[in-house]
Design a binder for this molecule. Sequence first.
Ligand SMILES: Cc1ncc(COP(=O)(O)O)c(C=O)c1O
Length: 389
Amino acid sequence: MFRIGKEEIDAVTRVIESKQLFKINKGLRETEHAEEEMREIFGAEHALFMTSGHAALVSALIAMGVGPGDEVIVPAYTYIATAMAVVAAGAMPVIVEADETLTISPEAIEKSITKHTKAIMPVHIQGFPCDMDAITAIAKKHGLFVLEDACQADGGTYKGKRLGTIGTAGALSFNYFKVISAGEGGALLTNDKSIADKALIYHDSSAVAFFGEQLKDVNVEPFCGNEYRVGEISSAILRVQLGRMDGILDDLKRVKKTVVDAISDVATLVPTNDPDGGCATTLALRFDTEAEARAFATAEGVNGTVPFDTGKHVYTNWTPIMNKTGALNPLMDPFKMEANKDIVPDYRADMCPKTLDYLSRTVYMMMNPDWTKEEIDAKIAVIRKALAK
Ligand SMILES: Cc1ncc(COP(=O)(O)O)c(C=O)c1O
């Protein structure tokens, strides 16, 4: 989250004064409006605001019919929540290499497709867009769903389209660490009414039938799902944040472009699938060796991060996935289910060496949309000095 203030306080105050904190009400109807505004801003026919990005991923997978017996392809470099969402749906995450852009490799996807593959989950990690042209072409050729994990990419674009709206469905996150935040929260975006209807039921399965006319246009038999419903306070905050989103992204892009233009003669940038898209939250530099990357990251004033060190973003640190502990109760564990017995993957720490190599030779520097000219100039000076060594 980059910006928050009086407008959010006022919006929360209005909800509390209305005394209507449940999402269906005849008063401010913040959740209904937040979903309308997301449809408009993101250009998606359906938007569901729910408790987290993980909830949106699980709801989308369930709505796609993903379950035991299915494989879902995920990148080796993403937050563990991506792979956990697949397990929560009862399916098997198939972990594949990221390429030099640090996003999922289309070549690796194609090589991993089997008769059990049901979906691909491209992850726009750190706001870097995946190669969606190649991924959607592969999905079309093999008849697969594409669920974009845009949880680190709120509002970013690929070739002019918002991330999360290019595949069959997409998920956003509004937790504290994202471009915009409602404290916690997530959204499912899709143009597919059948997926939207099923996700509507799944994400709010006990209340959806009883409040308002939520099931009016839904032709899906009710089924047992989950409780990922949000309240009006979160929705009120989200609406203000949605209004701030493009201003934040424009400023991030301006700041990053200024830095990039000033260092491009001395730095090697990590290649990207759309230089004008993405979120510009992160400047990523590539080095020839891990030692060079680490020396730069720790040079005075750089404050860099080598993404190899980012814990649960790297598959080798996904302990419950790598150990195949899919649930507390063994009978509910997808890794032990009869339907998955022939497709339990053979996870090994060395199975995605290219990803580990790219991650260990990359340094991230976080951009800030509110940097002054002096702060930007200081950052540029620090980078140039560290690279001159
Ligand atoms: C790539 C990715 N996917 C999914 C999630 C899950 O989002 P949430 O924390 O809102 O459940 C995150 C959260 O950080 C994420 O970074």
